[in-house]
Design a protein around this ligand. Structure first.
Ligand code: DAH
Length: 351
């Protein structure tokens, strides 16, 4: 039995570990001595030829040598790692006196603030929100709303077609037909559907070829104009102030009968007449009416059994009145100065 080979590996190993001057070097020493196929491996191979007494003596020496080198390796490794960390920290010194970086957070467009606020008002009255699609069919956008191909009311809206069948919806009313069909035989309907619509129009301070609407639809037994008026009165008061009154003026829409325009008393002058309401004391906010029997029928409902009301309110219109915005184009120009002006509103709404 020859223990000198073990002693030699041990001695050389200790020397090499002590001499190593970098993390890389010490890793190399580890691989040479302590890794699986390192210098101890051939020494282990000798074991099998020894007697059991020699084996225990030899094995003990071997283990001691290995443990010694391992411990020394770990210690030195720790030292190197510590030094490396210290060096890194020294290099990455943070200068706390430097001014901070200003992270700009965006703000929601007042368009969406109004959508949320209007939605909250109607949700509190038991309405559900139904999502419509900007991409629509002529059928849902016009025909199911009692507007056949030759109807004159199309003239104002015949605009963005993809093909003979598909178009960019011209009114959120297109959601009515879908919801009626989807909810057939599932009890009364009480929905609002906010979204964008598109139609040829002047692009000026009060008109845009793209704008938002919130559609409302209620269908059930015995739903009357009184329900429409009561619901919209609550909406106007919650949206524009408890003192606001509404008035209904007779109007025409192909999908409602009777049809009305709904005005709200001017918030600025309280109804006396001022520049905001053009002297009338009233500001028009939406169109509405009792759902036309043809629309009910086409949606799968029997007008002798159920009735309903519908309304469509312009989102920008409401936002302009609510926040005193003078030009509809501001909603789409993406000017941060404009958008940031509504930061307070955003917080007030808790969003
Ligand atoms: N769709 C109408 C428009 O774009 C607005 C409207 C009027 C919607 C009356 C309705 C309604 O649901 O009953 O001008």
């Amino acid at each position: 039995m020859d223990l000198t080979a073990i002693a030699k590996v041990k001695e050389d190993g200790v020397k090499a570990l002590e001499k190593a001057s970098s993390l890389k070097e010490i890793q190399g020493v580890y691989n040479f001595y302590l890794a699986k196929k390192g210098a101890f491996q051939p020494l282990l191979a000798v074991l099998k030829d020894l007697s059991s007494e020699e084996k225990s003596q030899y094995g003990k020496a071997l283990n001691e040598a290995k443990t010694l080198l391992s411990e020394l390796y770990k210690k030195r490794l720790k030292d190197f790692e510590k030094t490396a960390l210290e060096e890194k920290l020294a290099q990455e010194k943070i200068d706390l006196s430097l001014p901070g970086r200003d992270y700009k957070s965006g703000h929601r467009n007042p368009f969406w603030l109004i959508v949320d606020e209007v939605s909250d008002i109607f949700l509190s009255m038991g309405f559900e929100i139904a999502e419509g699609s900007d991409y629509e069919t002529d059928h849902a956008n016009f025909e199911l709303l009692n507007i056949p191909p030759d109807h004159p009311s199309r003239d104002m809206q015949d605009t963005f077609y993809f093909d003979a069948v598909h178009l960019l919806r011209t009114q959120t009313s297109a959601a009515q037909a879908h919801e009626m069909q989807k909810r057939l035989d599932k009890g009364p309907i009480r929905i609002i559907s906010p979204g964008k619509c598109y139609r040829r129009d002047d692009d000026d301070m009060t008109h845009s070829h793209q704008f938002g609407q919130i559609e409302g639809l209620v269908i059930g037994k015995g739903i009357s104009m009184a329900d429409l008026k009561g619901t919209l009165d609550v909406f106007a008061k919650r949206m524009f102030g408890a003192k606001r009154e509404i008035r209904l003026r007779s109007s025409y829409f192909p999908f409602t009968e009777p049809s009305v325009e709904v005005d709200v008393s001017c918030a600025k002058c309280g109804g006396k007449g001022c520049n905001m309401c053009h002297g009338s004391g009233w500001i028009e906010i939406l169109g509405a009416g009792e759902v036309h029997p043809n629309v009910l029928r086409m949606g799968g409902y029997d007008p002798d059994l159920v009735s309903g009301f519908a309304f469509g309110v312009g989102i920008e219109r409401v936002a302009m009145l609510r926040y005193g915005i003078d030009d509809i184009r501001r909603f789409y120009q993406n000017d941060v100065r404009f958008i940031s002006g509504f930061e307070g509103e955003e917080r007030r709404n808790g969003r």
